[in-house]
Design a protein around this ligand. Structure first.
Ligand code: DLZ
Length: 176
């Protein structure tokens, strides 16, 4: 649950090293002022955990509704360990907001289960632009930081569990 005034850049658990990890970042172009700030936060956090720039792949899609497919392209055509999906949906006068948010959340949830690959949800779903700016490097931190930290933790968890699995078989990432 979102906690009022929680700072999204405050990462409580120390970040594992991301020196050997590779990430795809898919960024929605809608509300670009906001999504660029979220992207900056995500890249900064990946770098701070030691992820080399060569291991950070960035692609753009038109809007948040297209994030799930953009993430699937990363899963299908690259060897990334995880994807970070970045978008910003601002409530308008119609129900469009609900459909976009639902499409993105359901699409991303389904995708990460199907592909057995972490996809971090760096999407702001807010009432107005001020709420977005507050969470994109403003007074409530940066959701891009939070999403990148989540992706790093999930890749580490997956790597550790795979390595310890008695039935370990080569997965999608080693086949590519
Ligand atoms: C159409 C639309 C609207 C009204 N609002 C947003 C928004 O606030 N944030 C966002 O990322 N995208 C928005 N879009 C675009 C949709 O995500 C999508 O790109 C279009 O509906 C075309 O599929």
């Amino acid at each position: 649950m979102a906690t009022k005034n929680h700072n999204l850049s405050q990462i409580d658990t120390p970040l594992p090293s991301a020196a050997d990890m590779k990430f795809g970042i898919v960024v929605a172009e809608w509300n670009r002022e906001v999504t660029e700030a979220l992207l900056e936060g995500a890249v900064r956090t990946l770098r701070s955990a030691g992820c080399p720039d060569l291991n950070i792949l960035i692609k753009y899609v038109p809007g948040t509704f297209e994030l799930a497919l953009g993430a699937q392209f990363f899963a299908e055509y690259t060897d990334v360990d995880a994807v970070i999906a970045i978008g910003c949906v601002i409530q308008g006068d119609t129900r469009h907001f609900d459909f976009i948010c639902e499409g993105a959340t359901q699409g991303i949830t389904q995708l990460q289960i199907q592909w057995n690959m972490p996809i971090a949800f760096g999407v702001l779903t807010v009432n107005d632009m001020q709420q977005a700016l507050d969470r994109a490097g403003g007074k409530l931190g940066n959701k891009g930081d939070e999403a990148a930290a989540t992706a790093i933790h999930m890749v580490k968890l997956q790597n550790d569990m795979e390595a310890a699995s008695p039935n370990h078989e080569p997965d999608r990432r080693s086949i590519n």
